[in-house]
Design a protein around this ligand. Structure first.
Ligand SMILES: Nc1ncnc2c1ncn2[C@@H]1O[C@H](COP(=O)(O)OP(=O)(O)OP(=O)(O)O)[C@@H](O)[C@H]1O
Ligand SMILES: CC(C)(CO)[C@@H](O)C(=O)[O-]
Ligand code: BAL
Length: 286
């Protein structure tokens, strides 16, 4: 695996790859790699001749009171893990390689996809994500790009951006990787104390509660959201940011669950904001 810090170096590498008529998979990350990231990298390695993984803690997607400066950074260990997962090029640019002109150009998906869920509680967040990912798409020009379903709203927003801006890139979405007790892997789990780590199980367990409700025949989204909310509120260390049950494609609420709904959560455990989600599918008799 080669490590690149500048666009020029990466471009030279990619030029040779293209001359060999090889394919490229892109895995954008903010580093502090865990099994969630590595599953994206391994799949990208299985599906492409080359994998470019990026590690860039993107300042424009963090709000003024968020954790940009304390976000975990561990380049040496990340490089070891990425190489073992089949990454061929690791791009770790300094700020000025991505925002080299200052910044006068934003890429923003507007409307329903960015209005609720994290869009409501992290204003400007998705504008930062689409701005940086569009730059990475332009720099790398991959055949495929890999994202985790853990960031379910991000996936829908990036699919829409890809479509709207005519990027010729296949968006591949991979399932949420969890610890054996159900906690979704996240770089931010590193912030949790022992007690908070235990309390954080309330997210995945509340999603399980919702699944049981659906199995028992509940279809009213308000009842499902209220039950999940009450379940999370029983955990003293948890403060709800949002609990929403929305249509999986347009991310808008519906009164009744029809075929499937996306139940998405953001919950603060102490100072740490965690997200999780589940696709709730209604079983149909054939
Ligand atoms: N548990 C997971 N399972 C599958 N994919 C994941 C998981 N966690 C993160 N990803 C994916 O990895 C990519 C990079 O995410 P990122 O670097 O923000 O990691 P993260 O662990 O989600 O960090 P944080 O939770 O602190 O935002 C995203 O596409 C994200 O959806
Ligand atoms: C896609 C991404 C790497 C853009 O900074 C980030 O939002 C993330 O890690 O999910
Ligand atoms: N995984 C999304 C990155 C963020 O929380 O900013």
């Amino acid at each position: 695996m080669q490590l690149f810090e500048t666009r020029a170096e990466l471009r030279a590498f990619l030029k040779e790859v293209r001359q060999r008529q090889q394919t490229v998979g892109l895995v954008p990350t903010m580093g502090a790699l865990h099994e969630g990231h590595l599953s994206l990298m391994r799949t990208a390695a299985a599906e492409n001749d080359n994998v470019v993984a990026t590690i860039f803690v993107n300042p424009t997607q963090f709000g003024p009171n968020e954790d940009f400066s304390k976000y975990p950074r561990s380049l040496e260990e990340d490089a070891r893990l990425a190489a073992a997962a089949g990454v061929t090029a690791l791009f770790h640019p300094p700020l000025e390689e991505i925002y080299h002109t200052g910044n006068a150009t934003w890429v923003e998906v507007v409307g329903g996809l960015t209005e609720n869920l994290c869009g409501r509680t992290r204003p400007g967040h998705f504008r930062g994500v689409t701005t940086v990912v569009s730059r990475l798409f332009n720099i790398v020009q991959p055949d495929r790009a890999y994202f985790g379903q853990k960031d379910a709203q991000q996936v829908q927003v990036l699919k829409r951006m890809t479509e709207d801006l005519c990027f010729d890139i296949q968006i591949r979405v991979l399932p949420i990787i969890r610890e054996s007790d159900g906690l979704a892997l996240s770089s931010r789990n590193a912030y949790l104390s022992v007690d908070e780590r235990q309390a954080a199980l309330v997210l995945s367990r509340s999603l399980e509660q919702a699944r049981h409700l659906i199995e028992a025949g509940e279809r009213d989204t308000k009842t499902i959201v209220e039950t999940v909310t009450a379940f999370i509120q029983q955990e003293p260390l948890a403060v709800i940011d949002y609990v929403e049950l929305v249509h999986p494609d347009d991310l808008r609420p519906r009164e009744r669950l029809e075929k499937a709904g996306l139940l998405a959560l953001a919950v603060r455990i102490g100072q740490t904001r965690l997200i999780d989600n589940a696709m709730l599918e209604v079983a149909t008799c054939s």
